[in-house]
Design a protein around this ligand. Structure first.
Ligand SMILES: NC(=O)c1ccc[n+]([C@@H]2O[C@H](COP(=O)([O-])OP(=O)(O)OC[C@H]3O[C@@H](n4cnc5c(N)ncnc54)[C@H](O)[C@@H]3O)[C@@H](O)[C@H]2O)c1
Length: 502
């Protein structure tokens, strides 16, 4: 077998569409010769011209030398037939997402290439094992899952089916590196790593909106400002398209035998059924103009004309809450029967917090301090609470230059809830050995632009806090959806770092 760093390494790319072009581009840039094949006559030639044009633009922008662009462009060779791939060392398939079409092509490739040639699929959703099933030599078959647009997205998942040889994964990892990617090895499971790991962010956001705890605009603002996501779950769904993310959510949910942890909500299906796909259809969670700009999104900010509260009491002793009060100039007094009572619960809702501490629920205002509060603070009250208590506290927070989002009662507010669900799903992926704990974090950051990987997020929130948010959610809702993974529970019980291997 030729070494993946050999100068004359020959890569075949079958399918010259959006993904095939990207794969061919990074492979040629990485020094490999690339044969590009497409079933459509002329498509491979056009794709090669397109990629050479991209190299030329890189030269204009000073990101590539003219000599490198010239040689990389010359390494791209369009071909007409599968038989032309005979001398390839590896073939990457990136044709239509159709099992039967892919199986037929894999069989053809197998007969065309030599015994040592590896064959990889860029499928997003088809199990590698079900493609490999029709092949003779299954040890050389794997997934090589890139992300769109390939030249900008550094991650590549090397998917190992049950019969994939270890050496195949090793060579594909080396090839991925030569293409300038960051490869992670992932087991052959529904949604592989990133499309599974990404479920929690959107499905928990949807669930919170479905429960009418907060609006999509509020949830997005909280996740951006308090947890540093580039986009909230609703703007992200509108960008990727609900025609894409609703079916993917169903594939992964059914693939995991309908695990309630990754179940979506009726509001997701309703948008899909209504054809409100997001930006591309002019409306999804928000409305868009012809240029894709959001039209008149409701404000996530709680603005009242109320006078800022000056004095508050605390439902229970809490150093972090006391420090926050000092920072925004709120004087802490003992309960005088009229001042707002503050709490900063972890996992509990305002109702539970009032019941446990004995504080008057009418004046109890809960603040989420388990996240970044420099820009925005989430406040939450129990049903039947006096709006004046909340508004006075909100005005005091606003006077410190922060935005305030007021939500209805919920265990874990918004950021704790979505954060704990992302972390728990990351722990589950580690538990079932989908990938190593470190690779789970790397993949989620590179594949989805998450500010932290899911396991890093558990550490950031505090591993015990993350566990507490989940157990409170489970106790208050009575739902299995929120059951903590044994991976998380064991590391909390033993005070071990969350990345500790099994
Ligand atoms: N687009 C994405 O965001 C994305 C991301 C990751 C993975 N993928 C996966 O990559 C694959 C390709 O997706 P795409 O978006 O590039 O599709 P695409 O429709 O842009 O391109 C597919 C190309 O394959 C060609 N083709 C079809 N059957 C063929 C055959 N038998 N032999 C040779 N060529 C054939 C078509 O002519 C077309 O040019 C799919 O499996 C998809 O699931 C897509």
């Amino acid at each position: 077998m030729k070494r993946p760093d050999a100068p004359n390494y020959l890569l075949g790319v079958a399918g010259a569409g959006a993904m095939g072009q990207g794969i061919a581009q990074v492979s040629a840039a990485g020094g490999m010769r690339v044969l590009l094949l497409d079933a459509n006559r002329g498509a491979a030639e056009t794709a090669v011209q397109t990629i050479r044009g991209r190299f030329a633009r890189q030269v204009e922008k000073g990101r590539m030398s003219a000599a490198d662009a010239e040689s990389a462009g010359a390494r791209l060779i369009p071909v007409q037939n599968v038989a032309d791939l005979a001398d390839c060392d590896t073939v990457v398939e990136a044709i239509f997402e159709d099992l039967e079409v892919k199986r037929a092509l894999f069989k053809e490739i197998e007969t065309a290439v030599g015994a040592d040639c590896l064959i990889a699929s860029n499928t997003s959703s088809i199990p590698i094992a079900s493609i490999a099933r029709v092949c003779e030599k299954r040890g050389r078959i794997a997934g090589l899952h890139f992300f769109n647009p390939v030249p900008l997205m550094k991650l590549v998942e090397v998917i190992t089916g049950p019969e994939t040889a270890e050496s195949t994964a090793e060579v594909l990892t080396a090839l991925g590196k030569r293409m300038g990617r960051v490869p992670v090895t992932v087991a052959d499971a529904p949604g592989f790593l990133v499309n599974m790991g990404g479920r929690a962010f959107t499905t928990e956001g949807l669930r919170i909106a479905h429960e009418n705890v907060a609006t999509p605009a509020q949830i997005d603002a909280i996740m951006r400002d308090c947890r540093h996501f580039r986009m909230g779950p609703f703007e992200l769904m509108d960008l990727t398209g609900i025609d894409v993310n609703f079916p993917v959510s169903q594939i992964v949910y059914n693939g995991y035998m309908q695990d309630p942890r990754i179940k979506t909500s009726p509001n997701h299906k309703a948008r899909f059924d209504a054809g409100r796909f997001g930006r591309k259809s002019g409306a999804g969670w928000f409305h868009y103009d012809a240029k894709g700009q959001v039209l008149g999104s409701p404000s996530p900010d709680h603005e009242t004309g109320a006078a800022p509260a000056r004095e508050v009491s605390l439902a229970e002793s809490d150093d972090i809450l006391a420090a926050f009060c000092a920072e925004i100039g709120l004087k802490i007094v003992s309960d005088n029967g009229s001042a707002p009572i503050l709490a900063a619960p972890i996992g509990e809702d305002a109702t539970q917090s009032a019941v446990r501490t004995g504080a008057d629920f009418r004046r109890l205002v809960a603040l989420d301090l388990l996240c970044d509060t420099a820009k925005r603070v989430t406040v939450m009250t129990a049903p039947g609470a006096d709006p004046a208590a909340r508004d006075g506290v909100a005005a005091a927070i606003a006077a410190s230059g922060r935005k305030v989002t007021a939500i209805k009662d919920s265990p874990g507010f918004v950021a704790q809830r979505i954060g704990a669900m992302i972390a728990n799903l990351g722990c589950y992926m580690a538990e079932i050995a989908l990938a190593s704990p470190a690779d789970i974090d790397v993949a989620m950051k590179l594949g989805l632009n998450y500010p932290l990987g899911p396991l890093e997020l558990a550490e950031d929130m505090g591993v015990a806090h993350t566990h507490r948010v989940l157990t409170q959610l489970q106790a208050i809702t009575g739902e299995d959806r929120y059951r903590p993974t044994p991976w998380l529970a064991r590391r909390v019980a033993l005070s071990l770092p969350i990345h500790t291997e099994a």
